[in-house]
Design a protein around this ligand. Structure first.
Ligand SMILES: [Zn+2]
Length: 134
């Protein structure tokens, strides 16, 4: 049983929390330009790390707030708890091109240089994945 330290409530039993999957998976900058394979990889493909892993947690029966956690998947040792939207506190979280995620822009949360094409001339409706605009 894990004893998880909620940033808002303090240490609570693991049963008060829900696991929310891998943290730091950026939403595609232009989802309508992804093909079906890229979109499905964004939705369903996640890292399966043995060792330190950044993951999201929800304090569902407490403050109902999300937060991130660095946890060792082998020893269950909780190494850090930090707010949503902030960078991973260790250096291992630096995105790499072959990290296994589906993102075309691995650092899309911090870059602003690649402006999306808003003219619409390069977007073919036939290639837009269904539901991608929601
Ligand atoms: Zn809480």
């Amino acid at each position: 049983m894990l004893l998880i330290s909620c940033p808002n409530c303090g240490s609570r039993d693991e049963t008060e929390f829900h696991y929310g999957g891998q943290a730091h998976v950026p939403y595609p900058e232009v989802p309508s330009e992804l093909n079906d394979r890229e979109w499905s990889e964004y939705l369903f493909y996640r890292d399966n790390t043995k060792g330190t892993f950044a993951e999201r947690w929800l304090h569902s029966t407490g403050c109902r707030q999300w937060f991130n956690m660095l946890r060792d998947t082998v020893t269950y040792d909780i190494q850090a708890i930090y707010p949503m939207g902030s960078a991973r506190p260790d250096s291992a979280g630096a995105p790499t091109p072959d990290s296994g995620t589906a993102s075309l822009a691995p650092d899309s949360t911090t870059t602003g240089t690649a402006a999306p094409d808003v003219t619409g001339t390069s977007i073919s409706p036939a290639t837009a994945p269904e539901g991608a605009t929601k």
